[in-house]
Design a protein around this ligand. Structure first.
Ligand SMILES: Nc1ncnc2c1ncn2[C@@H]1O[C@H](COP(=O)(O)OP(=O)(O)OP(=O)(O)O)[C@@H](O)[C@H]1O
Ligand SMILES: [Mg+2]
Length: 357
């Protein structure tokens, strides 16, 4: 299968920042590549280079068979882009915005009107079709911008965080639209912070961090790479988080992750249900009250956490467990953190690099 998007060793620096530090990737025709990475990883920079909006310092990129650096105008004719921030004309109605795009691309007025109405319907905007975009909510603008990117059915599409800010119903509607497009043969590069979105839509995933691709594969391959099941525990008292991490240590096959505000600990294990029973006994012996406990398969969120050391989206306080910090917090809160508990756990060794806590 020919590659619709091909990037080779792209480098882009902004002063001291290595936004792209030698990124190579390939997206076969008719497939979806999900580009995942924490804030500032270089995703938007990548999209801007591939869509001719930004010149890299070095490297090569070919989109739809054309050299992005040598034939930018031709490339623009073959791609669709919806950026991270919606760009719509505030003083045109939703329908006019879409029709205008069609006419810019030389569609007949009749065809562009028909396409506009079809897209407004797909994106649940029919009722607002004749209102000026200035009166649209944030999520409506976002959808209108996405619809605009789809007017001309380009063979290669770039969507930068397409569903950020959409409610669950509209997110799902967009997923269906995307699946329809891909079914019709469109190649898609998609960035997202929603890992279930990548899981559902992307044939292939590239995880980027600090301008480099740090992992590549299908969602299943990435999950298999970090291995095994997870035990997930919710403790009743946040002061017990540190002790619970210690109790889990002998069963852990990797770093536990702790989410303080939900009092949740997730830890990779192997051995299935019998480990679960052992863990329950162990916690019970330490009189740690658990509110919830379960065994589950790894998700892309686990992959992300294990690769980058921190979780993607809003959950700012998900991080690899630091037992001492947890106990200090429990002590400070006047909790029952047991200072004499054996500090055999090395789980605190990893830092929550790159983020202030
Ligand atoms: N025009 C610019 N001038 C200076 N620095 C920039 C510019 N554009 C991007 N950067 C820097 O390059 C790095 C990568 O930014 P980029 O926007 O590509 O990240 P991202 O992965 O899209 O992040 P997010 O998830 O927050 O959208 C960041 O450190 C950013 O501050
Ligand atoms: Mg971005």
């Amino acid at each position: 299968m020919a590659a619709a998007i091909e990037a080779e060793d792209l480098v882009k620096t902004f002063g001291e920042v290595h936004a792209l530090d030698g990124v190579s990737l390939e997206v076969p025709e008719g497939t979806v590549l999900g580009l995942l990475g924490p804030n500032g990883a270089g995703k938007t920079t990548m999209v801007r280079v591939l869509t001719t909006l930004l010149r890299p310092d070095s490297g090569r990129a070919v989109v739809a068979g054309l050299d992005v650096l040598k034939q930018p105008n031709e490339v623009r004719g073959l791609i669709g882009l919806s950026g991270q921030y919606a760009a719509v004309d505030e003083y045109l109605t939703g329908r006019e915005n879409l029709q205008m795009v069609g006419e810019l691309y030389q569609m007949s007025p009749r065809d562009s009107r028909a396409r506009a109405l079809e897209l407004l319907d797909w994106f649940n905007l029919s009722e607002a079709a004749n209102r000026i975009a200035k009166t649209y909510s944030g999520g409506m603008r976002r959808r209108l911008d996405l619809a605009a990117a789809l007017v001309v059915r380009p063979p290669v599409m770039f969507l930068d965080e397409p569903t950020t800010g959409l409610d669950p119903r509209n997110r799902m509607a967009l997923w269906e639209v995307i699946e329809r497009l891909v079914g019709e043969g469109t190649t898609l590069l998609l960035t997202t912070q929603y890992l279930e979105e990548a899981d559902r839509l992307a044939h292939d995933i590239a995880v980027v961090d600090h301008g480099k691709v740090i992992a590549r594969g299908t969602a299943d391959e990435l999950k298999a790479e970090i291995g095994g099941e997870r035990i997930e525990i919710v403790v009743e008292d946040p002061a017990h988080l540190g002790q619970a991490v210690e109790a889990l240590a002998p069963y852990a096959k990797g770093e536990p992750a702790v989410e303080r505000h939900t009092r949740r600990i997730t830890v990779p294990v192997s051995g299935g249900a019998s480990v679960l029973a052992d863990v329950i006994r162990e916690l019970d012996a330490r009189t740690i009250v658990i509110q919830d406990i379960g065994l589950r398969r790894p998700t892309l969120d686990d992959v992300f956490l294990s690769l980058t050391g921190h979780a993607t989206f809003g959950d700012e306080d998900v991080e690899a467990a630091d037992v001492e910090a947890l106990e200090a917090a429990a002590d400070a809160a006047g909790g029952t953190g047991d200072g004499d508990a054996a500090r055999t756990v090395a789980a605190g060794s990893s830092s929550s690099e790159g983020k202030d806590s």
